[in-house]
Design a protein around this ligand. Sequence first.
Ligand code: NI
Length: 201
Amino acid sequence: MNRTPHALLPWIFLLLAVAGGLFLTARDMTGAGHAIVTGTAEVGGPFRLVDQNGTVRTDRDFRGRWLLVYFGYTNCPDVCPTTLAVIADAMKRIGPRRARLVPLFISLDPARDTPRALKTYLAAFGPEFVGLTGSPAAIRQAANDYRVYYATHPLPHGGYAVDHTGVIYLMGPDGSYVALYEDASLGPDSLAADLRRRIQS
Ligand code: NI
């Protein structure tokens, strides 16, 4: 996500997604005032993508484990690395539950985010992270299923950036939606506390 006039679009999209089937029934405000949202939702779905080692991975490969699902791209200047760092810090604070939770980073920039690029990028955040990329059509499908908005826009000095929703989803061991964190501003302590509460050991 980038701090541009486009930055409101992901929020507008999230509001549309709520109207379209993401029914948010409870908001637990953390001490810092950032929302953790629970409720029923039609979020997620089958995917078939390629991980940072070049291995085909589907949603079914992750049954039995909890997932933190975040969509972004490796060239993101600020929000993606901040979010991944918060997830990585939270992972360190949940004790043995760590073995039952997989952070998924799904690329919204498959043209640049090859498996090799994902592998280099994710090495900074920890060995648990699974990076996924794929064909533009497969990525579009996954983003739509998770109600994630994204769009590229050209940068003034060449190249492009990708505006995108910054939501982190928690999915349960059966693959169903459990909760969402609006963005990483809740911080690693609040995220870890919520994960410890939900993932019963
Ligand atoms: Ni980003």
